[in-house]
Design a protein around this ligand. Structure first.
Ligand code: BGC
Length: 462
C-alpha cells in the first residue's frame, strides 16, 4: 500500500468531541400508509406514480420499525440521532393536533434516551401539511403563524430534546420549489415565489429558534444548510466572480441572514464541482451535467464541471478536500461552532462509502487541528430511504433496507464508522488495509500528501 511512510494512527478528538450520529427525515423513512398522510409531498408524488411503487414502504418507521434502526445505531456506538417530527402528521388539519401521532414520536424519543442516544429534531425537512400548502405554503406570510404554533407545540412536548434543526436546506426548498419546479409546489422561474419563500423561511427559522430557546434554554439550535462546494475552474476573474456569487446565493446567503440567531452553523455537505464562466449556459436548473451527474445545480452563466475521479451512484464527485475547504470557509465567515448535520454518499453496493467516510473524517480531523470547532458529525443516512424524486433508487444508508420487505442489513462501511466512533481515533493504516481497495489506498495516500502540503496543488488530481 502506498500510504505516506510515517503516518501514525491519527488520534482523533482528545476531548469528548465530536459526537457521532446519523440522520433521517420523517417523510423519507415513515412509509406510505394510505389515508394517514396529509402532506404536500404525498400529493405531489401522486403525479409521479413510477417513482415509488405502492408496495415500497421502505424503512416503514410508522409501523414501528424505527426500533430496529435505533438498536442498530446504538450497537454501532452512535450518540446522536437526527430525525423529524412530521408537521403533517401531528397537525393533519388546521387547528387540530393528532395526539396519537404525538404519542408515537414521544415513544421514539424516549427510547433514544434509553439507548443513551441524544435526539436531534428537525422541525421542517421539505414537507408541509396539505392545509398549509393550500394556504400558500412558504410563499404566503400566513405560514409564520402556523409554523409558530407547530414549533411551540414541539418545544412544549419535547422539552427533553437537546439538539434542534429549525429548517433543513432552506435554499433547496426555495430553488427546487419555486425556480426549478421539481419539488412542491412545482413552480418554475417564479420570481415572486422565490423571493417570498426565502423571506418566510428566514422568519420561520427565527420563530422556531425563539420558541425552542424560550422553552429549553440549554438547547443547541441551528439550521441545516446545504453547502455544495464550488471551485473556480481557472483563476480568471470571470470564474472567480461566478464562484463567489454562486456560493453566496446557494450556500451562505441564508446563513448570513440568520447568523445572529443560531447556536451553531449546520452544514449538509455531500460534494463539489468546478465552475466555469459561460455566458451561453442555460441557467439555473437541475439535471445532468456532461458526466452524467444527476441533481447538479446548474448556474446561470456557468458550466458545472465534474472533477475527475470517483463519483457516487448519483454521479456526485467524491472530493474530501472540498469538505475541508467548506468547513474552513464557514469558519472564516461566521466563526461559530459547525455541526455537520449531513454528510454521505449514494452507494448501493457500498464500494466507496468506506473511502468516503474515512477521507471525510480525516478532513474533519484536519479542520479541528486547524482550530475549527466541530462538536458533532452526523452521517446521512441511518438507513436506505425514500430519496425524494429518486424514490428508493439512491441508497445512502449505513443500513441497507429492502424497500419492499423492509429487511435490514448493516453495511460493512458502517463498521468502519463504528470503529472510529468507538476508538475516538482514526487508525489510518489498519482501516485502509481492512476497508479500502488497493486503488483507494493509493488515492488515500495522495489525499494525505495533499493535506500535509496545505496548498492547493492537490487540485491537479481532479
Ligand atoms: C437532504 C436529504 C437528502 C440528502 C441526499 C439532503 O439534500 O436533506 O433529505 O436525502 O440530501 O440527497
Amino acid at each position: 500500500m502506498s500510504l505516506p511512510e510515517a503516518l501514525p494512527s491519527v488520534r482523533l478528538f482528545p476531548l469528548n468531541e465530536p459526537r457521532f450520529g446519523t440522520a433521517v427525515s420523517q417523510f423519507q423513512v415513515e412509509g406510505n400508509v394510505s389515508g394517514e398522510r396529509h402532506s404536500d409531498w404525498d400529493a405531489f408524488m401522486e403525479h409521479y406514480p413510477d417513482i415509488c411503487h405502492p408496495d415500497e414502504k421502505g424503512p416503514d418507521w410508522w409501523s414501528g420499525k424505527w426500533k430496529e434502526d435505533f438498536d442498530s445505531m446504538a450497537q454501532l456506538g452512535m450518540t446522536v440521532q437526527r430525525m423529524g417530527i412530521e408537521w403533517a402528521r401531528v397537525m393533519p388539519e388546521k387547528g387540530k393536533v393528532d395526539e396519537t401521532a404525538v404519542a408515537k414520536y414521544r415513544t421514539m424519543i424516549t427510547y433514544l434516551h434509553e439507548l443513551n442516544i441524544d435526539p436531534m429534531i428537525t422541525a421542517f425537512h421539505f414537507v408541509l401539511p396539505d392545509w398549509v400548502a393550500q394556504e400558500g405554503g412558504w410563499e404566503s406570510s400566513r405560514i409564520k403563524q402556523s409554523f409558530a404554533y407547530f414549533t411551540e407545540l414541539l418545544a412544549d412536548r419535547f422539552g427533553d430534546v437537546p439538539y434542534w434543526v429549525t429548517v433543513n436546506e432552506p435554499m433547496n426548498t426555495v430553488a427546487a420549489g419555486y425556480f426549478v419546479g421539481e419539488w412542491p409546489p412545482g413552480k418554475k422561474h417564479d420570481l415572486k415565489g422565490t423571493i417570498f419563500s426565502r423571506r418566510h423561511l428566514i422568519q420561520a427559522h427565527d420563530i422556531c429558534y425563539t420558541a425552542i430557546k424560550k422553552a429549553i434554554p440549554d438547547a443547541f439550535v441551528g439550521a441545516a444548510n446545504a453547502v455544495i462546494w464550488v471551485e473556480p475552474h481557472s483563476q480568471s476573474l470571470a470564474d472567480r466572480v461566478l464562484v463567489g456569487l454562486d456560493s453566496y446565493i446557494y450556500n451562505t446567503n441564508f446563513i448570513y441572514a440568520t447568523q445572529d440567531m443560531v447556536d451553531f452553523i449546520g452544514m449538509n455537505y455531500y460534494t463539489g464541482y468546478f465552475l466555469k464562466f459561460n455566458p451561453k449556459s442555460p441557467g439555473l436548473a437541475t439535471g445532468e451535467n456532461e458526466k452524467g451527474a444527476h441533481g447538479v445545480v446548474q448556474v446561470p452563466f456557468g458550466d458545472v464541471i465534474t472533477p475527475d475521479g470517483l463519483t457516487s451512484d448519483l454521479g456526485w464527485p467524491i472530493v474530501p478536500e472540498f469538505f475541508l475547504k467548506a468547513l474552513q470557509s464557514l469558519h472564516e465567515q461566521f466563526n461559530k461552532p459547525i455541526v455537520v448535520t449531513e454528510n454521505g454518499i449514494a452507494d448501493r453496493s457500498d464500494q466507496y462509502r468506506s473511502y468516503y467516510l474515512l477521507t471525510h473524517l480525516i478532513a474533519l480531523h484536519e479542520a479541528q487541528r486547524r482550530g475549527i470547532d466541530i462538536p458533532m458529525y452526523i452521517h446521512w443516512s441511518t438507513n436506505d430511504n425514500q430519496e425524494w424524486m429518486d424514490g428508493f433508487q439512491s441508497r445512502f444508508g449505513l443500513v441497507e433496507v429492502n424497500p419492499t420487505t423492509g429487511e435490514r442489513t448493516i453495511r460493512k462501511s458502517a463498521l468502519l464508522y463504528a470503529d472510529i466512533a468507538e476508538a475516538r481515533e482514526i487508525d489510518i493504516p489498519r482501516l485502509a488495509e481492512e476497508y479500502l481497495s488497493p486503488d483507494q489506498q493509493e488515492m488515500l495516500g495522495q489525499f494525505l500528501e495533499g493535506l500535509d502540503k496545505r496548498d492547493d496543488s492537490w487540485l491537479n488530481r481532479y
